[in-house]
Design a protein around this ligand. Sequence first.
Ligand code: SAM
Ligand code: SF4
Length: 339
Amino acid sequence: MALTPIAPTRPLTDGYGRRISYLRISVTDRCDLRCRYCMAEKMQFLPRKDILSFEEIDMIASAFVARGVRKIRLSGGEPLVRKGVVDLVRRLGRHLDSGALDELTMTSNATRLARHADALVDAGIRRVNVSLDTRDPDTFRYITRWGELDKTLDGIAAAKAAGLQVKINMVALKGLNDDQIIPMMRWCADEGHDLTLIETMPLGQIDDDRHDRYLPLDGVQGDLQEQFQLVPLAERTGGPARYWKVEELGLKLGLITPLTNNFCDGCNRVRITVSGKIYMCLGHDDHLDLKTALREGGSEALDRVLDQAMILKPERHDFEISAGQNDPTVARHMSVTGG
Ligand code: SAM
Ligand code: SF4
């Protein structure tokens, strides 16, 4: 079913006056790793019949672009485990060529990046975010349950060689990788990568106790400031990250602090799942069904759901991690909405 073009005269704006210009798409809920803070070891993934085809993802993404979305990030699960995903990147890349989109990016665990880096560049991707919580092989295997550090490092090296700008995402985990934050900063600075530290968020049931591993980044920031000069950068991406330049290392350091520091006021994003649901906030369960709208009503019905979503986007998230509270604030895993 072909979409009728939608004039970009009705930019998406939510009930709090925030312009929605950033779309994150989870292209699969599956993954080849099982990071302990993200997934349980035994996960139930969506049956293939329930997931959007690339054509449908393209139609939905294009409807967002027509309503003023300027940046799309493909995530998952692990986006590169979905067969043919580079074809989807190529399709979406046409919006870069037309100037409708400023940026198309991907978040990946890099296990398959060595194979795909050149094709991703060819399809229009210029930057990737890669999860790397440690550079110690044993800790890496423990955190990811069965990951091989070398594969991920090879993927990162291939991305760099292909000309992709790499940002490393490191989830800060008390007692697991807190002693590796400074070595990771030095390595990223040497390699020319940016680094973002992330607070673990209470999303989805996992096997471990999140509270045990939760490391508030306000404390980490204080410790770093005793050793380094952190110069705040004005840059904001409309997400929960704040950025610093670490003067001594020449490193751009981001801190994602949804728990210790709530930055929802400037939120510019929504997320869609591979089953075609739109989530207006990472920290809430409210969602609407784009897949049914698209399949049953085409572009006009889809557009109406986008309007509804703008009305329903909440002002802020309600994440909380506390001792003895094992139920996550939000039942779905991060991999459902792609971070
Ligand atoms: N598989 C890809 C990867 O790991 O980069 C993309 C999907 S992953 C869900 C996206 C990001 O979310 C990763 O940087 C990961 O570390 C982070 N993440 C996953 N679960 C999280 C949680 N509960 N709290 C904070 N960050 C989480
Ligand atoms: Fe997979 Fe990424 Fe989740 Fe790790 S963080 S289990 S790599 S989706």
